[in-house]
Every structure is written in C-alpha cells, then in structure tokens.
Design a protein around this ligand. Structure first.
Ligand SMILES: O=C(O)C(=O)COP(=O)(O)O
Length: 339
C-alpha cells in the first residue's frame, strides 16, 4: 500500500481521498522539519504546506511525488526533486479567490485601522474615535504588481465594489494581453509606484523578484500610501518597510507573509501600530483549504496510478519519473474532475 506523509495539517478531504484510493496516510506528530524527518523515509508521496529541502528528499528513497499545498513553490527544492525524477505538483487556482479576499480585507483593515479600533473598543477607549485618521478607498488607485489569477480577481473586486482605479504591472504579461475592465497598464514598476495609493503584491518569490519593494522602491511610493502583501514575505525588504512605516512615509501595511515565518520574537514590524498582520492565512478559508487539499490528493493519486497530473511545476520530469514502488490501480477520475 503506498504511503503519503502529510507534513502540516490540511483539510480532511485530502487524507479522505487518498485513503479511499487505497493509500496509507501518516500525519507526523508536529509541523516542523524535524517531525517530518522522522517519518519521510516511509513516504511514497509527501504533501507539504511549508518547506521541503533537498536533504529531506534524499532520505526518502521511494518518494515519487511531492504535492505543494498552494500556488507558491519557492520553499520546495524543485530542481533537486526534478533531477531525481520526482514530479512536484501544485494547485495554482484552488486558493486564489480566498487570497484575493484576504488582500481586500487587509486593504480595508489597514485603511480603517481595524486592529487598533478593535483593541481600543475592547478597552472602552473612545479617544480612538477622535484621534485616529482613517482613509476611504473609493476613487483611489490600487497598484497591482503581478497580474495572474489572484491579481485579476482583486482588480475586479476593487473596481466593481469600491470604485477604485487600478494600475497593473507585470513583466511576464504579453504586450497584447487583455487587461481586466477598469485596469490600465503601467510601463514600469516605478510608474506604478508613483501612481498608486495602495500597492498589492501578487507575484512568486524568485531570485529576480526578491525585494521587489526594496528601500528605494518604498521611498518612490506616494507619501501616505499603503502596502499589501499576501504573496511572499521576501518580496519586500521588511526592515526598510518598518522604517517607512515608523517615520510616516507610508500610512500603513497589511501583511500576511513575512521574510521569516513564524515571525521571530522582537521583529520590528510587530511593534508598529500601523501594520495589520495575519499569520500566512490568506489561503485558509475553509472552501479554499478543501479545494487545495483535494487537488493535492487527486494529483498524488494520479501519479501513483500512472496518470499525468494537470499541474506539475516541471512537466518535463514526467518522461524520466521515478516509478512508484506500490502503484495504485488506475481508478476512474472522480466525478468532479471528469471532462
Ligand atoms: O498558495 C500559496 O502559495 C500559499 O502560500 C498557501 O499557503 P497554505 O498552504 O495555505 O499555508
């Protein structure tokens, strides 16, 4: 019977689907790499929400598929896995609606100082009502950096519901690609930063995208602007962001992701009242968690049954993949995946 190790908790739909397909599922007693290290040797498949470095892949001789829970695969040693013939599958659309909703929530929460308002209300401190500035978003310009699935959903939300203008920039967008209604294209990141009242990041973390917002880029933003990040912490120079929030260049920031997660004790950003922080939960709406876990499980089952899964980070690996020690007999596609 093939075994899947689930490195961090996922929606029960994932383990259920794998058990129903005839697999054994192991959930380690903890979410750390050390907990994973103790059991990964037994894995034919692994499902991860956090990192999977090369040395852990090396101690799993039967591993023949890695499922990344979500869109961003930056914490998985994809090149190493690919060299070994281990396909990495991911879920590029399962959580995009939830992430866009979270970005919108952070925009509103930052503009309306929701965390401070909540704390003041609980203390009966009505000075907040008279002393705290707030911002309305209607008529303001949202700069969307990266116009993939999530960026496009967010664009529709803010133009239709809030009456915002949108300026988008994405170096990977073909020059003739259609933009969502209400969006216009910036010729450069600098042009977007100069125009936007709110900047929201929606791009993967790679060496060439690291510190997309570095100290100079943050200073190019309008005074009093807002930064939103639901993608990856490494896209922003967090120390420079903390400086720009502290000295008032920026009005606020809404952040779901950080350069180091969990956020280290004493992190500068955690001491700033104009930052609204959430612990990497943008994709954690129940609906999104269910879709993400199910799509991971289905693709693991695909690989173990000899069927090419729909979302491989490197589809070229399929031709020289490591074959499963315990293949599953190919079952019909689940009803919700039939063409
Ligand atoms: O989709 C992504 O890139 C994510 O970061 C999802 O994170 P999660 O697996 O929901 O903790």
């Amino acid at each position: 019977m093939p075994t899947c190790v689930i490195a961090q908790p996922v929606h029960p739909s994932g383990p259920q689907r794998m058990r129903a397909a005839g697999m054994d599922v192991i959930e380690p007693p903890g979410t750390t790499l050390d907990a994973l290290r103790q059991v990964i040797a037994r894995a034919d498949a692994v499902l991860v929400r956090d990192s999977l470095p090369a040395d852990l892949i090396d101690i799993a001789p039967n591993l023949c598929v890695i499922a990344n829970h979500g869109t961003g695969t930056d914490k998985i040693a994809v090149a190493h896995a690919s060299d070994l013939g281990i396909p990495v599958v991911y879920t590029p659309s399962a959580n995009v609606q939830a992430v866009a909703e979270h970005a919108l929530m952070l925009m509103l929460a930052t503009a309306r100082q929701a965390a401070l308002a909540d704390a003041a209300t609980r203390k009966g401190d009505w000075r907040f009502k008279y002393e705290q500035p707030m911002i309305s978003l209607c008529g303001k310009t949202l700069g969307i950096v990266g116009l993939g699935r999530t960026g496009r959903i967010l664009c529709d939300m803010v133009t239709q519901a809030l009456g915002m203008r949108v300026v988008a920039w994405s170096p990977s967008l073909p020059a003739d690609a259609a933009l969502p209604a209400g969006a216009r294209r910036a010729a450069s990141l600098d042009e977007l930063l100069a125009d936007a009242d709110v900047v929201s990041l929606h791009r993967p973390l790679r060496p060439d995208t690291r510190h997309t917002l570095d100290a100079a880029a943050l200073r190019r933003m309008k005074r009093g602007a807002i930064v939103i990040n639901t993608s990856r912490g490494g896209l922003i120079d967090e120390a420079a962001l903390a400086d720009a929030l502290r000295d008032g260049h920026l009005f606020g920031a809404g952040l779901d992701v950080f350069e180091t997660e969990p956020l280290p004790a004493g992190a500068a950003i955690a001491g700033l009242p104009n930052a609204v922080l959430t612990p990497h939960v943008a994709g954690s709406a129940q609906e999104a968690l269910q879709a993400t876990a199910s799509q991971c499980a289905d693709q693991i089952i695909d690989v173990l049954s000899g069927r090419q899964p729909p979302h491989m980070v490197r589809p070229d690996v399929w031709t020289h993949r490591r074959l499963p020690r315990h293949p599953l007999s190919a079952s019909p596609l689940p009803i919700d995946r039939q063409p």
